[in-house]
Design a protein around this ligand. Structure first.
Ligand SMILES: Nc1ncnc2c1ncn2[C@@H]1O[C@H](COP(=O)(O)OP(=O)(O)OP(=O)(O)O)[C@@H](O)[C@H]1O
Ligand SMILES: N[C@@H](Cc1ccc(O)cc1)C(=O)O
Length: 511
């Protein structure tokens, strides 16, 4: 089916928007321009089932492409108007910059095809972390507003290393580690984006190694290098900073921005992906992509970039994988219980900001919580509990949230939850534990046991806590310092939990 930018509206009554034949840059470009200006023809939203792939096959083409042509104003007015996702992101503190304000109109105009939005993640660890979650949240906002989300895993770019925001060159990763990391990240994205409650949501996952693996150096220089200006590349923040440093920058890392730029061009041409999002440190790489698209395809504003602010801890440092104590999204690297606990313990000064950026609660509901916080009678941690519930459910699903709440409740001193060994075993993954023979536990004094288990440094410290009323065995307060462990205190004959105050706990296993 041939068409070009100069065609008359009448002759363009039927155009597939996601055909495999959309390989020519001009065709895609003309299509996007066309959808924005046409008043007599509009494209019905393409419903795409959930899927993922690591291949270059344009997955959207597997969906049925429906196109409607009509001149009836009634039908035009039935076109679904989408909530303005850019405005929503801005209101919630999730917007740093956009490459053009036209994105605001493009994202909500019912006459414009839903956008296809991608965010890239390099496989530099087996799991994504809390900082990366922002990208998934922004993708999810696009999904919720009727657009299509794409998670890109940088199987190729991960071998090069993004210099953005990094003072040192990233260490090279071997093939096995990369494979393991790619699999881990893919699993997380599928779990989160795939469980979006919006029935009309769609997402896909791609791996840029698929289009880079066969690219030769000569082809790269010809296809990409020819259009890149060294002056512009040198002016990028990520390059300027590194050039000033003692270590300087390798040619490999200097090329990174072109790899990401070409990804966007490739995705734009082959998958109709027209928006790239990323944290503010990605601005240089994202605009390298929009510039390349403009230069090579000679189109104005067919592709957009959007960045969100970096999520910072209250000491001003960025949440990341390189920092100590990363908040990992994978349950095998941080249990849902610990994940939940992190948000449960967020200071009051941060909780409202986190509710706005990390949850999908309405701003009205957040305002109500905020107002309650400053009123007498506010139950401390109410906002934190809401935050912990929402984020844990989004990342770990309803099951993960249940597990986290159950463990939290079980570990609360004085809790009524009956401890069973299964629950204690799960808790033991998150708190210190030790193994002692039955004769060192059964019949021994609680004070002696708490010292041998490492809960206290001395018997006098244990007695002090006991007198203050903060000593618990299996969540029940112990106030008799002569108490001895009896057989029925040992849960299912397998062990017990000792706690000192709210935070210090130890699981004692019978070896
Ligand atoms: N703290 C953060 N806040 C918001 N976005 C972040 C944060 N950290 C990373 N991102 C975003 O996540 C995406 C992927 O980043 P990347 O894979 O390089 O992880 P990284 O956090 O930069 O790695 P590292 O932890 O080694 O610094 C990028 O869009 C980046 O901007
Ligand atoms: N450069 C991004 C990851 C990325 C990779 C390829 C892309 O096309 C886009 C983004 C990062 O390190 O955070």
């Amino acid at each position: 089916m041939a068409y070009a930018t100069g065609m008359t509206l009448a002759s363009r009554s039927i155009l597939p928007i996601c055909s495999r034949s959309l390989s020519s840059p001009l065709r895609v470009a003309s299509l996007l321009v066309f959808t924005e200006i046409s008043s007599s023809t509009f494209f019905r939203r393409v419903q795409v089932p959930h899927f993922y792939s690591t291949s270059t096959t344009p997955l959207f083409s597997s969906a049925k492409c429906s196109v409607q042509s009509t001149s009836s104003p009634e039908t035009v007015s039935q076109a679904v108007s989408r909530p303005n996702v850019v405005d929503i992101l801005e209101e919630r503190g999730l917007l740093e910059s956009i490459t053009s304000n036209n994105l605001r109109s493009a994202c909500s105009d019912p006459k414009v095809t839903p956008l296809r939005v991608y965010c890239g993640f390099d496989p530099t660890a087996e799991s994504l972390h809390l900082g990366n979650l922002l990208g998934i949240i922004v993708l999810s906002w696009f999904q919720r507003c009727g657009h299509q989300a794409v998670g890109l895993i940088g199987g190729a770019t991960g071998r090069v290393g993004d210099p953005s925001g990094k003072s040192l060159e990233r260490p090279e990763l071997d093939a096995d580690t990369l494979e393991k990391n790619i699999a881990g990240i893919k699993k997380i994205i599928i779990k989160i984006l795939g469980s979006n409650p919006s029935s009309s949501s769609s997402y896909m996952i791609l791996n840029n190694y698929d289009w880079w693996k066969d690219m030769t150096m000569l082809e790269f220089l010809n296809k990409v290098g020819r259009f890149a200006r060294v002056g512009t590349m040198m002016a990028k923040e990520s390059v300027k900073k590194r050039l000033e440093s003692e270590q300087g920058m390798s040619y490999t890392e200097f090329t990174y921005q072109l790899l990401q730029a070409y990804d966007f061009l490739h995705l734009f041409k082959n998958e109709g992906i027209n928006v790239q999002i990323g944290g503010s440190d990605q601005w240089g790489n994202i605009t390298a992509g929009t510039d390349l698209i403009r230069k090579i395809l000679q189109t104005e504003e067919a592709a957009y970039g959007l960045t969100f602010p970096l999520l910072l801890k209250n000491d001003g440092t960025k949440f990341g994988k390189s920092e100590d104590g990363a908040i990992w999204l994978s349950p095998s690297m941080l249990s849902p219980y610990k994940f939940y606990q992190y948000f449960f313990s967020v200071p009051d000064v941060d909780v409202i900001r986190f509710l706005k950026t990390l949850t999908f609660l309405s701003l009205d509901d957040i305002k109500i919580l905020e107002d309650q916080m400053s009123k007498p009678g506010y139950v401390p941690n109410t906002a934190q509990i809401k935050l912990a519930e929402e984020v844990t459910r989004f990342v770990h699903g309803e099951e993960g949230l249940k597990e986290a709440i159950k463990a939290t409740e079980a570990l609360r001193p004085g809790a009524e939850t009956k401890l069973d060994w299964n629950l204690i075993e799960r808790i033991a993954e998150d708190i210190p534990s030790c193994s002692l023979s039955i004769d060192r536990v059964s019949g021994s004094s609680i004070v002696d046991l708490s010292v041998s288990a490492g809960l206290f440094e001395s018997k006098s410290a244990a007695r002090r806590m006991l007198k203050q009323g903060g000593f618990y065995m299996n969540n029940e307060r112990v106030d008799d310092e002569n108490k001895r462990v009896e057989e029925e205190d040992i849960v299912e004959g397998k062990g017990l939990v000792l706690s000192a105050g709210k935070k210090n706990k130890v699981v004692v296993r019978i070896s």
